[in-house]
Design a protein around this ligand. Structure first.
Ligand code: BES
Ligand code: ZN
Ligand code: ZN
Length: 509
């Protein structure tokens, strides 16, 4: 999707469709919204009569299309819901609704009328960002394996009109930045959506090398031989059932600020999680190609951080392996020695994410001494049970880091909810025969026992945040319209916009 910003009135431009938003009408509301007068005039009163017939309600998701009598103008009105509950998230969804709704409707170009979306409390810059998000991310489709497609919107223009003409320079700058971010989100989704036969650990390493070349970043790939020398027993154990060997991938972005802080971003990269010997049920198992989403998000975060030149130095670490059963596979009862010497008793081979992350966290904290560590992982089904498929669970050892991430969450609309980690959870992961165990006999607080396990590898004194993205990493039944659009199931690249925004704004001292 190409995005343009123009000063010109949307109605005087030549787009196939003009899109405007309007609020839900109250019970007794009789007066036609003043904000739609320009559209109404262009359509010679069509909108006003639709309003009088109570055809236009303005409810969320409501899309109404009007054609001028001469057939030269098409206007799409999108409901914004109640006026008093308006926010940037409504704009994202409304823009996506428009772009989605136009699929297969012979509309190649859309002009969004900014004044109908930039309404209190959504400032013009926030509205521009949200329109870019909604149009680009809502319009995204994974088409790599489709041999035929329906026509979709290819170009969206945000028209400032007289109302915002004076802010043109600033708004264009904001749009350019948001376009760069959404471009990376789309790029990330393309990789995250690849099936496991293609997106092997080595393929993810190739993607990282390619990114390094493109943006001048240092990339180091540790293959299975190197991992053995380094005593990365966690990655090797999880990957041992697969013919595609594990990789630990490190990407370094030096930072835009002169004496910036170092933030490590670590991702779980299980290219397919069958559960291993503790095999998962067949139903929905195909979704486990998305178990690499944390690592792929790290790839996207480094791409965005480097292209936007964020202030801190960022070290991206991807812990990649395929979890399959097989003659060489690791088993329940095995004890694994990890990079930093700590041992893990394996009770369930399906709790593999924390096992590969143990090496990655141990490695990055000892080699780079980062000021902060943020990990992203599709770690537990318990996270989905607790928070649903929209919201990520956050566990954080530091209130300032948590506040920074929650602020980025509010700004980007990627929802995050903080959960408590206590000694109760730390007790539950202690093992009788090793330092920790990867699963507990009790099926309670699964998201938090997993976090307690990770904390023991990040180090209790490290400023660390854990984002369990098992829910929001991919959609099955899409509730958010700017997440994967036309297909029910798809990668969202959750975390890319969130962590990038955090790195841009809120690295605490
Ligand atoms: N990859 C799964 C978690 C998951 C579940 C992600 C659903 C996305 C959607 C993870 O490796 C796993 O299987 N976790 C187990 C842990 C348990 C065996 C302790 C789980 O959550 O059931
Ligand atoms: Zn698993
Ligand atoms: Zn997994």
């Amino acid at each position: 999707m190409r995005i343009l910003v123009e000063r010109r009135e949307a109605l005087s431009a030549a787009a196939d469709v003009v899109a405007s938003g309007f609020f839900e009408r109250g019970e007794k509301e009789t007066t036609f919204p003043r904000s739609l007068e320009k559209e109404d005039a262009a359509l010679k009163g069509l909108l006003r009569s639709a309003w009088d017939r109570k055809e236009l309600k303005g409810k969320r998701k409501e899309l109404s299309t009007f054609h001028s009598a001469d057939g030269n103008r098409r206007v799409v009105l999108v409901g914004l819901g109640p006026r008093d509950r308006y926010d940037a998230e409504r704009v994202r969804r409304a823009a996506a609704e428009v772009v989605r709704g136009l699929k297969g409707k012979a509309a190649r170009t859309v002009g969004f009328r900014l004044p109908s979306f930039a309404v209190e409390p959504v400032a013009a810059d926030a509205a521009v960002r949200a329109l870019v998000d909604g149009a680009v991310l809502g319009g995204y489709e994974f088409l790599k394996y489709k041999t035929t497609t329906e026509g979709s919107v290819e170009e969206s223009t945000i028209h400032l009109g007289d109302e915002f003409a004076r802010e043109e320079a600033g708004l264009k700058k904001v749009a350019t930045e948001e376009i760069a971010i959404t471009d990376t989100v789309v790029w990330t989704r393309e990789i995250a959506n690849l099936p496991a036969d293609t997106a092997t650990p080595e393929r993810l390493a190739e993607e990282a090398r390619g990114l390094g070349k493109e943006l001048g970043l240092k990339v180091t790939v540790f293959d299975e031989k190197k991992l053995a020398e380094m005593h990365c027993g966690g990655l090797l154990a999880v990957g041992s059932g697969s013919s595609h060997p594990p990789r630990l991938i490190v990407i370094e972005y030096p930072g835009g600020a002169r004496r910036g802080r170092t933030v490590a971003v670590v991702g779980k990269g299980i290219t397919f999680d069958s559960g291993g010997i503790s095999l998962k049920p067949a139903l929905h198992m195909q979704e486990m190609k998305f178990d690499k989403s944390g690592a792929v998000a790290v790839l996207g975060i480094l791409r965005a951080a480097a292209s936007l030149k964020v202030p801190p130095r960022v070290i991206g670490v991807m812990a990649c392996a395929e979890n399959l059963p097989g003659g060489g596979a690791y088993r329940p009862g095995d004890v694994v020695r990890t990079f930093n010497g700590k041992t893990i008793e394996v009770l369930n081979t399906d709790a593999e994410g924390r096992v590969v992350l143990s090496d990655a966290l141990g490695y990055v904290t000892s080699q780079y001494r980062p000021d902060e560590v943020i990990d992203l992982a599709t770690l537990t089904g318990a996270e989905v049970v607790a928070l649903g498929d929209d919201t990520a669970g956050l566990v954080c050892s530091d209130d300032k880091l948590a506040a920074g991430l929650l602020a980025a969450s509010a700004a980007t609309g990627e929802p995050v909810w903080r959960m408590p980690l206590t000694d109760y959870h730390r007790e539950l992961v202690k093992s009788d025969i090793a330092d920790v165990k990867n699963s507990t006999e009790l099926t309670i607080a699964g998201m938090l026992t997993a976090a307690a396990f990770l904390e023991s590898f990040a180090g209790a004194s490290t400023i660390w945040a854990h984002l369990d993205i098992a829910g929001p990493a991919y959609t099955t039944v899409s509730t958010r319209k700017y997440q994967p659009a036309y297909q029910n199931i798809g990668a969202t690249a959750f975390g890319v916009r969130l962590v990038t925004r955090y790195l841009q704004t809120a690295v605490h001292a």
